[in-house]
Design a protein around this ligand. Structure first.
Ligand code: NOJ
Length: 570
């Protein structure tokens, strides 16, 4: 058929068609390409991050209430080696020390989260607001700003006040929307004069799936096939409400931005020439990132989720879909509630189509997707079991976001790699390699036209890694958890990341290779310091426990001896 030409309406139509075609993600092309030497746009923001429960410690100090993670981690058998975040990195007491570490790297921003029960112990604002909690975050924000480090603040990084879990069932209950909104509103009121980047939720996928479907995370519920969808539904509504609260009550005065941080592994079709694999890979990404991003950008769940969960629910003899439904008012209320999108990304999977059974017993978020996840055994996996280094997946994901959600402003809110606990190796060459390659793929994505404004290395410090306890270390800085002062030691990646920041990218091959070499050379002296640390901890034990005990015993023995001698003389 001849295209309709010579008529202006048709021209406009053609243009619209062309534009929308250009905005389709191309699953069939995956050009890995070689390393790209070049710089980031001026003003690109470099940062590192952490979160309250993972780093603060002081779990029961200064009026803080309990969170679901305090309670969960104290139950036997939930966390590797039954570790808890009770003291973690003691960051609650080390604001100044940690800010000097940030200055050492020359970070532009620091991403942290506010512990809801630290400032509202029961979670209900009208019950009580904890002044000491407010004071702590006030000081943290002030010190950051004094040091020219922009705070990027997450309102919810998984530590729901325990009272809300016990009274209402946490995110299974719609009442969380208003309680969370009250908490957020208090944060805007207290800190919004200085904080201009707000993230409502961190990684709601994990909150929903690991908190309410598999039960690996707090609150540890296993409501298979329904719990995660229900939690997500309330989280999305809560996010939208908080965005509107900021928009109507604070934006004009405070002029900040409110976004959400979504995590997304990339899903690559096993065979890019096979339509079934492409559809399965797209389902993987839609059930992961799209589950939250599509309502927030387009007003409703991805069509493929509605189709798959809906069809399976019918086959299971249920009257309605296990995936909840937004009313049309809710859809328009939720659509567009994102000033920037936070992306947390670590790894990739190969995806292929697989029909999963649909019986009632097989009810689950995972089986709803009808797919299988595979990995390439050649991919490096230095630390966490799930974390394979696949840098090109990052560029693919960023381009997917660009095409699906209208090229939003993006901040990478988490990206990094771990190592195993036993490894006290500060010369983390594999982490240097990971950062180098992932950051380079982000640079390529920016050249593709993706609107990335900032990057957050995850994480500044080794810290409590949820159900893995302290067994997986993500930090740029090593934390010696055996020592009660929790000293920090720079890993080689600190030096390398610092060079990327000061050059705002990768100038040329020779220089980048030099950075790597120097970073590895320098870390051996930190290694020596760390090696001496068991001795230091031992000395501390001697002065703090052994010396007083020996002194007391000596005094007691002398007193007894004296009494004995006196009796004999009489
Ligand atoms: C995502 C979580 O948001 C973060 O807290 C965690 O440390 C990383 N994943 C690594 O597991």
């Amino acid at each position: 058929m001849q295209p309709c030409c010579g008529n202006s309406v048709c021209h406009v139509l053609m243009l619209v068609l062309c534009l929308s075609a250009a905005e389709d993600f191309d699953w069939t092309k995956n050009n890995h390409g070689s390393f790209y030497y070049g710089t980031f746009p001026t003003g690109f923001s470099w940062g590192a991050g952490g979160s309250a429960y993972q780093t603060e410690g002081a779990w029961d100090k200064d009026g803080k209430g309990l969170s679901i993670w305090d309670v969960f981690s104290h139950k036997k058998g939930k966390i590797q080696l039954n570790d808890t975040g009770d003291s973690s990195c003691e960051s609650y007491y080390k604001i100044k020390d940690d800010i000097s570490l940030m200055k050492e790297i020359r970070l532009n921003h620091y991403r942290f989260s506010i512990s809801w029960p630290r400032i509202i112990p029961t979670g209900v604002k009208s019950d009580h607001v904890n002044g000491k909690g407010i004071q702590f975050y006030d000081e943290l924000i002030d010190h950051l700003l004094e040091n020219h480090i922009t705070p990027i603040v997450t309102l919810y990084h998984w530590d729901l006040p325990q009272v809300l879990q016990e009274k209402y069932g946490g995110w299974q209950n719609i009442s969380m929307v208003n309680h969370f909104n009250d908490f957020a509103n208090l944060c805007f009121e207290k800190f919004g004069d200085r904080v201009k980047h707000w993230i409502t939720f961190n990684n709601p996928w994990s909150m929903a799936v690991e908190g309410y479907e598999t039960g690996e995370h707090a609150p540890g519920l296993k409501l298979r096939g329904t719990g995660a969808y229900r939690a997500a539904h309330h989280i999305i509504k809560a996010h939208a409400k908080v965005w509107h609260t900021y928009d109507t009550q604070w934006r004009a005065k405070q002029k900040g931005l409110v976004g959400i941080s979504l995590s997304g592994d990339w899903g690559e079709p096993v065979d890019i020439s096979n339509q079934k694999d492409i559809e399965a890979a797209e389902r993987y990404v839609q059930f992961y990132l799209g589950w939250f991003a599509t309502p927030i950008f387009h007003g409703d769940y991805p069509q493929v989720m509605k189709d798959f969960v809906g069809r399976k629910s019918v086959q299971q003899g249920l009257g309605t879909s296990r995936l909840p439904v937004f009313s049309s008012q809710e859809k328009s209320y939720i659509k567009g509630t994102c000033d920037f999108l936070g992306i947390g990304h670590f790894t990739t999977r190969y995806i292929t189509q697989r029909n999963d059974p649909t019986g009632r017993s097989s009810n689950s978020y995972f089986t709803d997707r009808d797919l299988a996840e595979l990995v390439d055994p050649r991919w490096p996996d230095p630390g966490s079991e799930w974390l394979y280094s696949v840098p090109w997946g990052f560029r693919r994901l960023l381009n997917f976001v660009k095409t699906q959600y209208g090229n939003p402003m993006i901040y990478v809110t988490e990206n990094g790699v771990s190592e195993k606990m036993m490894c006290t190796e500060l010369c983390d060459e594999w982490r240097i390699q990971y950062y180098k390659d992932y950051i380079n793929e982000m640079l390529k994505a920016i050249r593709d036209g993706v609107n990335v404004k900032g990057y957050t290395a995850w994480s500044l410090l080794d810290k409590f890694e949820w159900d893995e306890g302290y067994s997986e270390r993500f930090g740029l800085y090593y934390v010696d958890f055996r020592n009660k002062n929790k000293p920090r030691y720079p890993k080689a990646s600190v030096q390398f990341y610092k060079r990327i920041i000061s050059s705002n990218g990768f100038p040329n091959q020779r220089e980048v290779e030099n950075w790597r070499r120097k970073a590895v050379e320098m870390c051996s002296s930190s290694n020596q310091l760390l090696a001496a640390d068991p001795l230091t901890s031992h000395m501390e034990m001697v002065t703090e426990i052994v010396v007083p005990t020996v002194c007391t015993l000596s005094i007691l023995i002398s007193a007894v001896l004296l009494m004995f001698l006196l009796r004999r003389r009489n």
